[in-house]
Design a protein around this ligand. Structure first.
Ligand SMILES: [Zn+2]
Length: 139
């Protein structure tokens, strides 16, 4: 088992993505490379959870090679509070493309002050070697 950045998230804690499942039975196995997302929505949820638990390596790994940034620094002052899936188109087990619209609420506790907001995005997904990856998103 990997140690490090994900240690604060217990496997029996509720998964940040909001399915109601515990992390160890939801996005945890995806983050650890023990399971693969079956649908675009599942990949989207696991990427939200990766933001929430602070796992930039998973975010890069699940990003399409053509659009993936070289490095990714997560803002330590940002806390992701909840995720709402607005709609999902295609992205099923037999699809090659998928679109997921979501809203994600966050709070920023910076030394300079507090703020909060909702990120609303329509994300595109496709498959690389059979595995779902994030392509890009429109706010
Ligand atoms: Zn989850």
């Amino acid at each position: 088992m990997r140690v490090g950045i994900m240690d604060p998230v217990e496997s029996h804690a509720r998964c940040p993505c909001g399915t109601g499942l515990v992390y160890g039975e939801c996005c945890g196995p995806l983050h650890r490379g023990l399971a693969a997302a079956r649908t675009a929505e599942q990949l989207m949820r696991s990427r939200y959870s990766a933001f929430a638990v602070g796992d930039p390596a998973y975010l890069l790994r699940s990003w399409h090679p053509d659009t993936r940034p070289t490095t990714l620094d997560l803002d330590a002052d940002t806390r992701w509070l909840w995720l709402e899936i607005v709609r999902a188109e295609l992205g099923g087990e037999l699809d090659a493309q998928g679109v997921v619209e979501f809203r994600a609420k966050y709070r920023v506790d910076a030394p300079s002050g507090r703020s909060s907001g909702v990120q609303h995005e329509v994300s595109s997904f496709s498959r690389v070697d059979g595995a779902w990856v994030y392509v890009d998103g429109e706010a």
